[in-house]
Design a protein around this ligand. Structure first.
Ligand SMILES: [Zn+2]
Length: 256
C-alpha cells in the first residue's frame, strides 16, 4: 500500500521534472530549477579554484575569453553570467558548469588554432545553454533518491534522518562538482550540433569543428593515453561523420 503510494508519487515527480528544451525540443529530466543554475555553477567553480591552477588574467586567459564571449553572445542564452577560465595543466580537457562557467586546459591552448578552439568553446557553450550539467546531476540525484526511498521502505527512518541523507548526497555531488559527471553520448552529439551553429554564427568557419576532431585524434595517437576530453565522448569517426553530414546547414549560418 505504502509502496504503491510512493511509486505513484515518484512517477508524479518524474513527470513534473520533465521539461522540453526550447533549443532542441528534446524532453529532459531536470530537478534543478533554471534559477538555481548560476548559484550551483558558481559554487562548483569556487571549489575548483581552491585546488586547480586557475588562470583568469594574462595572454592565455584573454585568448579564451575573447573567443568564448563572442560565441556566448550569439548563443541562445547570451544573458547568462558567462565566465571563461584557463586551467594551467598539461591536459587535453574542457568543461562547462551550469550557468555559463567554462574551463579550458592549457594543453588545448598549446595544440589548437583559434578556429579549432572556437569549436571547443562552441561545444562547451552549448553544454551550458542546453543545461546538460543540471540534467546529468538530476539523473545522479534521482538514483540517490531511489536508494533513499528504498531505505525508507525497509528501515522506516525518521524524517530528519532522510533529510540528513539527502543533504549528504547533495553535498557529495557538489564537492565532486559537475566536472566529474560524464555527459551521455546523446548530450555530446547535441553539443557538437548546436555548438557548431553557435561557432558559425559568431563568424568562425564551422569546417574547423571537423579539423578539431581530426587533430584530437592525432594528439591521442601521439601517446599520453586517452585525453580526458575524449574519454566520455562518442568515437571520433562518428562525430566527424555527423559534423560533415550537417556542414551545409552550419555553413548557411556562417555565410549569413
Ligand atoms: Zn562535451
Amino acid at each position: 500500500m505504502i509502496k504503491n503510494a510512493l511509486c505513484a508519487l515518484a512517477l508524479l515527480v518524474l513527470a513534473a521534472c520533465t521539461v522540453e528544451n526550447s533549443v532542441t525540443g528534446r524532453s529532459q529530466f531536470i530537478i534543478i530549477p533554471p534559477s538555481q543554475d548560476s548559484a550551483l555553477g558558481l559554487e562548483a567553480l569556487n571549489e575548483v579554484k581552491k585546488t586547480a591552477p586557475v588562470v583568469t588574467t594574462g595572454r592565455m586567459a584573454q585568448r579564451v575569453q575573447r573567443i568564448g564571449k563572442r560565441i556566448a553572445a550569439v548563443s541562445d542564452k547570451p544573458e547568462l553570467d558567462w565566465e571563461f577560465i584557463v586551467i594551467d595543466e598539461p591536459v587535453l580537457n574542457a568543461w562547462a558548469l551550469p550557468g555559463g562557467k567554462v574551463a579550458i586546459y592549457r594543453k588545448m591552448l598549446d595544440n589548437l588554432s583559434d578556429l579549432q578552439l572556437a569549436a571547443v568553446m562552441g561545444h562547451e557553450v552549448a553544454h551550458a545553454v542546453l543545461r546538460h550539467g543540471a540534467e546529468q546531476m538530476s539523473r545522479a540525484q534521482a538514483q540517490n533518491m531511489a536508494i533513499i526511498g528504498l531505505g525508507v521502505l525497509v528501515s522506516s527512518q525518521t524524517e530528519d534522518e532522510q533529510t540528513a541523507q539527502m543533504a549528504i548526497g547533495l553535498g557529495a555531488l557538489a564537492a565532486q562538482g559537475f566536472v566529474a559527471l560524464p555527459h551521455s553520448r546523446k548530450m555530446e552529439l547535441e553539443a557538437d550540433h548546436i555548438g557548431t551553429i553557435y561557432m558559425a554564427k559568431a563568424g568562425y568557419d564551422p569546417r574547423n569543428a571537423v579539423t578539431l576532431w581530426q587533430k584530437m585524434a592525432s594528439l591521442k595517437e601521439g601517446g599520453g593515453g586517452q585525453p580526458t576530453f575524449l574519454s566520455t565522448h562518442p568515437s571520433d569517426d562518428k562525430r566527424i561523420n555527423r559534423l560533415s553530414d550537417r556542414m551545409d546547414e552550419d555553413l548557411s549560418y556562417y555565410q549569413r
